[in-house]
Design a protein around this ligand. Structure first.
Ligand SMILES: Cc1cc2nc3c(=O)[nH]c(=O)nc-3n(C[C@H](O)[C@H](O)[C@H](O)COP(=O)(O)OP(=O)(O)OC[C@H]3O[C@@H](n4cnc5c(N)ncnc54)[C@H](O)[C@@H]3O)c2cc1C
Ligand code: FES
Length: 242
């Protein structure tokens, strides 16, 4: 865990209530998520790393409460104290040749960095990205620039396959030897049940310290209690009890 100061180099609306935040500072730090201190808020806010390049960290977040609302109002140049190097992320080495990425809503951003890591290792990557409706689609072009194939599903059918990510997968039958999923818990549960073969899922849990000390984010797994912030947030499919 590293505590660093970053400044906002970009904080732009990319979809309804959804912002892309680019933080300039030390970006060569591993870690699945960052924990951002917001002035006036006791607890930090955990957000997944979407991209990490050229001294910049990118996260994509949705405004859901007071903390993310305050963040959305911060302008370029604002300094933020950020914990980095947090969490065990997706394992790109677990895939032999063909990876399937399954993201839903705000679970899509962390899969972008994973897609880049998989492509850098020469893997074939298919991404299935699910949203409620066309206006909520994020990062589709970024994924198309990196992945071999990108399938979109929308609940209202305004873009791509009508329905859920599992409908898009059932329609296209993409080949894969390992899958990675991030999104709403119910989506990941259904994806893990529907997909045969090994895979991993990135969980979300309310956090206190964000770094393994307070046990506030503990969940039960088949291997006993685990801390989402320190032992996860990514867990193997076979460990999860849901
Ligand atoms: C590992 C991890 C990665 C995440 N990545 C992203 C991401 O990339 N993009 C994104 O939009 N959101 C992400 N979230 C959810 C995000 O942390 C919450 O939406 C955010 O903290 C809400 O803060 P708030 O003050 O606006 O909401 P409030 O509801 O006012 O927050 C009150 C408290 O509850 C916590 N909280 C509320 N919702 C969640 C939640 N879903 N998960 C965890 N804590 C929550 C807050 O951190 C805060 O401590 C992630 C959560 C975790 C645990
Ligand atoms: S949030 Fe404190 S141990 Fe996970």
């Amino acid at each position: 865990m590293i505590k660093s100061r970053y400044h906002i180099s970009e904080n732009v609306l990319i979809a309804p209530k959804t912002y892309q935040l680019v933080l300039a500072g030390e970006a060569d730090v591993e870690g699945e998520f960052v924990d951002i201190a917001l002035p006036g808020f006791y607890l930090r806010r955990p957000l997944s790393v979407c991209d990490r390049e050229d001294g910049k960290l990118t996260v994509v977040y949705r405004v859901v409460g007071e903390g993310t609302k305050a963040l959305s109002e911060m302008t370029e140049g604002t300094e933020l104290e950020v914990l980095t190097g947090l969490g065990n992320g997706f394992d790109p080495e677990a895939c032999r040749e063909e990876a399937l990425l399954v993201g839903g809503g705000l679970g899509v951003p962390p899969l972008y960095l994973l897609a880049k890591e998989l492509k850098a290792r020469g893997k074939k990557v298919t991404a299935v990205l699910g949203f409620n409706k066309a206006e909520e689609i994020i990062l589709a072009d970024a994924f198309k620039a990196v992945c071999d194939e990108v399938l979109i599903s929308t609940v209202d059918g305004s873009v791509g396959v009508k329905g859920f990510v599992t409908d898009a997968i059932a329609a296209a039958h993409p080949a894969f030897d390992y899958f990675y999923t991030c999104g709403p818990m119910i989506m990941m549960k259904v994806v893990c049940a529907a997909l045969e073969g090994p895979g991993e899922a990135s969980l979300e849990e309310r956090m206190g310290c964000g770094a393994g000390f307070c046990y506030g984010c503990s969940i039960q797994t088949k291997n006993g209690p685990r801390r989402v912030c320190k032992d996860g947030p990514v867990f193997k499919k076979e460990e999860l009890l849901w």
